[in-house]
Design a protein around this ligand. Structure first.
Ligand code: ADP
Length: 301
């Protein structure tokens, strides 16, 4: 097969590993800097180029779209879909997963476990919002935040009100969530491929930190997950429509609850912690599922 990896940087760990794994399994592979492409949006014979190079002949693409390139990146994936190229994660699913609120609503609709979560706009609704999430302690989070930035623990209702008002003053959209204290500052990252969790790691925040993000000094270790956690992670990826996903969940006393479903999960942390060849499993999955014209949406979304 000819596989395209849509990535801005061939030197990134995940991009390198996917390139290696493709070659190891006998495929032709090319890293495509999707931000430099241009495309013709035509009914007949749609094409995509970098400069005057026609990016034709790919059987499959692996999108690794950066958070700040979602709009353009998903347009590129859609263009490949229009050309009948199989994408391991489809453009609609990527767009969906990049919108935290939309994702939570979708997961809730399908009965996937979530922390009790409230959302509102009107400042007059602040007290009701706090009530919806069950009162303090509460987690207030910026919808646009990543890597734990803009995730605040409010220990009292008064503190929650102040934080909500402060974020509102900045015109930011926020979620208010039940605080899962029993998670003990740890979360579980499940790497889902198709209908399987191929690797799982536990990320523990540093001493005194309730956020487990590795960027905030957390550390990762291999973990054995329960059948319920496994089923929840697979279900979450399926609801989002993602072939490959990093599903983050917390261990709550009402079962596993989903934090986030990531459409371009990093491979370095999980391959290092679990010593598994996740990149190889992704390529193997593509071999099994890619067939010309098999993309479900063909760029419709
Ligand atoms: P980001 O997308 O910025 O990483 P998250 O919503 O994943 O933001 O939150 C960052 C971390 O904070 C999570 O991985 C988790 O460890 C912790 N956290 C977030 N929400 C809750 C919550 N409701 N209860 C307990 N811990 C939480």
């Amino acid at each position: 097969m000819k596989i395209g990896i849509l990535s801005r940087n061939p030197k990134l760990y995940s991009t390198r590993r996917l390139t290696e794994a493709s070659k190891e399994r006998g495929h032709e592979v090319e890293v495509i800097d999707y931000a430099r492409t241009h495309m013709n949006i035509a009914a007949h014979n749609p094409k995509i180029f970098i400069g005057d190079k026609d990016l034709a002949g790919f059987d499959a693409v692996i999108p690794r779209i950066g958070a700040s390139y979602t709009f353009f990146g998903t347009a590129v994936v859609r263009q490949f879909e229009m050309m009948g190229v199989y994408s391991v994660n489809e453009s609609v699913a990527i767009s969906r997963s990049r919108d935290k609120l939309r994702s939570l609503q979708l997961l809730a609709r399908k009965g996937v476990g979530l922390p009790v979560t409230g959302f509102a706009r009107d400042p007059k609704a602040t007290k009701d919002l706090i009530k919806v999430a069950g009162g303090a302690p509460l987690v207030v989070k910026l919808l646009e935040g990543t890597q734990g930035v803009g995730v605040v623990l409010a220990e009292t209702n008064k503190a929650a009100e102040s934080v909500i008002e402060a974020f509102r003053g900045l015109d930011a959209n926020i979620l208010v969530q039940e605080f899962i204290k029993e998670a003990g500052g740890a979360d579980i990252r499940c790497l889902v491929i198709g209908d399987k969790v191929v690797a799982a790691m536990k990320r523990q925040g540093k001493e005194g930190e309730f956020r487990s993000n590795l960027h905030r000094g957390g550390n990762a270790t291999v973990v054995k997950i329960t059948p319920e956690e496994r089923a929840t992670a697979v279900r979450a990826a399926r609801v989002m429509g993602l072939g490959v996903a990093g599903v983050d969940l917390l261990r709550s006393n009402h079962g596993p609850v989903i934090m986030e479903v990531n459409s371009s999960p990093g491979l370095e942390g999980i391959e290092t912690a679990t010593k598994k060849n996740v990149a190889g499993s992704i390529i193997e999955y593509i071999e099994k599922t890619a067939a010309e014209g098999k993309t479900k949406t063909r760029g419709k979304g």
